[in-house]
Design a protein around this ligand. Structure first.
Ligand code: WTA
Length: 649
């Protein structure tokens, strides 16, 4: 019996276009060959992509599961992201084309950013922040956010960014776990045309965070805020009068750069620890080669929020280390209208766009007229991250957004991995829509079965076979939980918690979280494959499937389906969709019930929360809904669940 069954087969293949390959950084296998000796490979990358104050004595010290990379090396991340570019004469290069949701803009050069970072770093010192401290950051997507992060890195304080959509309770938990003494926030941020209060949330959080001595408040919405005398101070006041020069703190390669909390599905959030030299090496390497970066010509836009790891690694540290020019956007994709992203791409002539499948499927749902009303011809490459991208969504992205010209790089990685692990190299890798393809050079990834034996074809568990430079160094304050969570399931391997399969040609396909795998009559079926078959039906934009307990089959598949705008759910649509799935991947995967819904429940980072749908499908009380982006969605779905189309009619 296979660990996870393999149903979906994809025939389409897209080799690198000649025009793209001609200008690409990588066009042959030499990087992959060099990557076979992964220690010397990463050593070479660390030397060529990062500036070190002092060299290392050893590339890797590996005491499973604890790794140290570039042992004894000294560097500063903000120096690498700013000073060295200014010293090289690139001070006038734009680091960020920033655009606020209301339409206001700021152009920030590398020289501007260096000055602001130094002033704010000096300001933080004057508030008593020093090397080794942890600073909490709870901000909207405004330029002060990367300034705050880089200022922490400059003086050797670790930041802990908490996504601005989290509640005051979530913020308080994270502040307390890290024992932060300073919190940096803003009065608010703009979202869908409305100011969202942040300082008010911080005020509630700070009632239960005894370690906090100061709260720094940036002005964004000009919403009135209460300022506690002696504790609270404006961002601009912290900076004003400070020297524009601040000598970087030379950090050890293994000093903590940041904490980032992942909520997981249950239990206490984990403070994922990332350190300095290895992290910077891998994010610089992956940003350069996966996005085929030409820093002089590219306008790169990662549309994630900096509150997630994608924003840390691919808005802040990777692009800045590589002296790239980026777009940074504050708000939602549908303000003032559903073409906002495409208007941004057109106006800034974006060449590389990195986005999440959830956004792509939402654009599919809204319709082609929005991207089609803008000139997207500047685009050269598209990226995807955060969830499996269904082949049809991939094709839509490739054709409608990329005009059939731009390679799509589907990048698999995690908060824990720090940087991209599995992805095409766009000048050399043949693409299959929906596959993340192969591990990057210097990365070891393998699919294994229940016994830990390597699977060379078919489904199983995704594992990483050896340490990598940007790997998490642990869970803050809980090394036992680190071992248990990631290193205990398969001996000597890191277990990511994801299912994956290997196809006939050795391509890797991500199959979603192992916890979501369904068991129908003894067949272990991945959610991703059934969802991909559903999205393959022409009028379906997005789908989520879960197992509901069933007397006959153990579990039966219940599918929650969102149709494209203007498509009716009436008539035999449900039956047609069920038949389509059966034809596409097999009768065993035919959903028993289809429930049409306008929205799916998602986390604030855009991942579908199948656990809540499973509660609905099984008629259970809803579990924890605190990480849900829009709690009303589940109630709506619950009301519809009574009227689904199913075998029983
Ligand atoms: C999922 C985001 C399929 C996966 C960088 C992983 C993906 C989790 C992909 C980590 C992808 C991320 N294909 N699944 N390209 N990228 N995932 O920590 O389940 O927010 O374990 O990091 O997202 O999510 P996280």
């Amino acid at each position: 019996m296979p660990t996870i069954e393999d149903f979906y087969s994809e025939e389409r293949e897209i080799a690198p276009a000649e025009e793209f390959a001609r200008q690409a950084l990588v066009t042959d296998r030499s990087l992959y060959e060099a990557g076979e000796d992964y220690e010397s490979f990463w050593e070479a990358q660390a030397k060529s992509l990062v500036s070190w104050r002092e060299g290392w004595s050893r590339v890797l010290d590996w005491q499973l599961p604890f790794a140290k990379w570039f042992v004894g090396g000294k560097l500063n991340v903000s120096y690498n992201c700013l000073d060295r570019h200014v010293e090289a004469g690139l001070g006038d290069r734009v680091a960020f084309h920033w655009e606020g949701e209301p339409g206001d803009t700021r152009t920030i050069t590398y020289a501007d950013l260096l000055g602001d970072v130094c002033r704010f770093a000096n300001g933080l010192k004057s508030l008593g922040v020093s090397k080794g401290d942890r600073v909490a950051i709870y901000m909207p997507m405004i330029p002060e956010l990367p300034v705050a992060m880089l200022a922490c890195a400059r003086i050797g304080a670790a930041h802990s960014v908490v996504f601005g959509g989290f509640s005051s309770e979530a913020l308080a938990d994270r502040i307390n776990d890290a024992k932060s003494e300073v919190v940096i926030t803003a009065d608010g941020g703009w979202r869908r045309g409305k100011p969202i209060d942040l300082k008010a949330n911080v005020d509630i959080a700070l009632e239960s965070t005894p370690t906090v001595k100061h709260c720094v408040v940036a002005k964004r919405t000009n919403t009135p805020v209460s300022m506690v005398e002696g504790r609270d101070v404006l961002f601009e006041e912290v900076m004003s009068g400070q020297d524009g020069v601040c000598e970087p703190e030379w950090m050890d390669s293994e000093d903590l750069l940041f904490l980032l909390y992942t909520s997981g599905t249950t239990a206490k959030p984990k403070g994922i620890m990332h350190t300095t030299g290895g992290y910077l090496t891998q994010v610089a390497f992956t940003h350069k080669y996966v996005f085929d970066l030409h820093p002089k010509n590219d306008v790169y836009w990662c549309a994630a929020d900096i509150g997630w790891v994608t924003g840390h690694s691919y808005i802040v540290y990777g692009p800045l280390a590589n002296a790239a020019t980026s777009v940074m956007y504050e708000g939602t994709p549908d303000f003032p209208d559903k073409d906002r992203w495409w208007s941004i791409v057109e106006r800034y002539k974006v060449t590389k766009l990195y986005a999440a499948p959830t956004a792509i499927r939402t654009f599919m749902k809204w319709g082609e007229q929005f991207p089609k009303s803008h000139d997207l011809s500047s685009l050269k490459l598209l990226g995807s991250v955060g969830e499996p991208i269904n082949p049809e969504a991939w094709m839509w992205y490739y054709e409608v957004i990329g005009g059939g010209r731009c390679p799509v790089v589907d990048t698999w990685w995690q908060t824990e991995t720090g940087g991209i692990m599995i992805s095409p190299l766009p000048g050399v890798t043949t693409l299959k829509p929906g596959s993340a393809t192969f591990p990057l050079p210097g990365i070891g990834a393998e699919v294994v079965d229940d016994n830990g034996a390597t699977v060379t074809k078919g489904g199983g568990y995704l594992t990483l076979t050896h340490p990598w430079p940007a790997m998490l160094r642990g869970i803050y304050g809980d090394s036992e939980r680190y071992k248990q969570t990631y290193w205990s399931r398969f001996e000597g391997r890191y277990f990511a918690g994801d299912g994956a399969k290997v196809d006939d040609d050795g391509f890797l396909w991500l199959l979603g979280r192992i916890d979501d795998v369904m068991n129908v009559s003894g067949h272990r079926i991945s959610t991703t494959e059934v969802e991909s078959a559903l999205v393959d039906f022409p009028s379906v934009a997005e789908a989520a499937v879960v197992g509901a307990s069933d007397d006959t089959t153990g579990q039966a598949i219940v599918a929650f389906v969102t149709l494209k705008a203007g498509e009716p759910s009436s008539g035999d649509k449900g039956e047609e969709i069920r038949t389509h799935v059966a034809q596409k991947i097999g009768a065993i995967a035919r959903p028993k019930t289809i429930i049409f819904t306008d929205e799916l429940p998602k986390t604030r980072s855009g991942k579908i929360m199948r656990r809540l749908l499973a509660d609905v499908a099984n008629g259970r009380d809803l579990g924890d809904t605190t990480t849900l982006a829009d709690p009303a969605v589940v109630e709506e779905i619950r009301n519809r669940a009574g009227s689904g189309s199913s075998d029983e009619g």
